[in-house]
Write a protein that binds this ligand. Structure first.
Ligand SMILES: Nc1ncnc2c1ncn2[C@@H]1O[C@H](COP(=O)(O)OP(=O)(O)OP(=O)(O)O)[C@@H](O)[C@H]1O
Ligand SMILES: [Mg+2]
Length: 191
């Protein structure tokens, strides 16, 4: 990988269900860059993001993440990618702190690092007052933030967000943007 290696490259990506959902999509995203897919309902945005995250296999084309061929070596790509669904999936019986420790455990992060990172993310996203309450009963926006924190816990190099601000109030939306803009998630690298 050299300094010109894109964070993400899609090459004539295609996926058809009953009818074509994504047709010959090519794009290139540089490290540190924000890139938005905007389009009407059913345009194929979620399908595209799921293919990048390795949850759907494209029919045609290629996906490269920081120089890794995500179709040839999906595990290596998944190690550096985070995906947040438009429908947050979290464990209801866990508290935000427990959930983040659990996710960090899946990534085999050392416990001390996981704890520090969980605390920073909870603080960053304004979840401090709820850190030790079970997620069941949390509002949609709070669940969204817990899911986002879970995706960020292993310090991914590429973050894929599907409608990340849906359901968030104005202040929370601002805070989530700040998480990315101000690098408040533990000195995020730029390459
Ligand atoms: N698992 C699936 N099985 C069959 N068709 C699907 C499946 N997933 C998506 N589609 C179809 O693919 C097309 C694109 O859907 P997709 O969810 O990617 O759109 P979107 O741009 O994310 O829309 P929205 O703005 O509503 O979220 C739609 O016609 C949808 O019905
Ligand atoms: Mg969608």
């Amino acid at each position: 990988m050299n300094s010109n290696t894109p964070a993400l490259m899609l090459d004539t990506l295609g996926k058809t269900f009953d009818r074509p959902a994504v047709v010959d999509l090519s794009l290139r995203v540089a490290p540190g860059e924000f890139y938005a897919l905007v389009g009407p309902n059913g345009a194929g945005k979620t399908t595209t993001l799921k293919m990048i995250a390795g949850l759907l296999r494209p029919d045609t084309g290629g996906i490269s993440v920081y120089g890794i061929d995500a179709l040839q070596d999906p595990l290596a790509a998944k190690r550096i990618v985070a995906w947040v669904s438009d429908e947050p999936m979290i464990y209801e019986k866990l508290t935000p702190f427990e959930y983040l420790e659990f996710v960090a455990g899946l990534w085999e992060m050392p416990a001390a690092v996981a704890e520090e990172r969980a605390r920073a993310l909870i603080d960053c996203l304004g979840l401090g007052a709820y850190a030790h309450e079970r997620c069941q009963g949390f509002s949609k926006g709070m669940r969204q933030k817990v899911a986002l924190a879970g995706a960020l816990v292993h310090d991914p190099k590429l973050i894929i967000l599907d409608e990340p601000l849906t359901g968030l109030d104005a202040a929370s939306a601002r805070r989530v943007k700040d998480v990315f803009l101000k690098d408040c998630v533990m000195g995020r690298r730029s390459s």
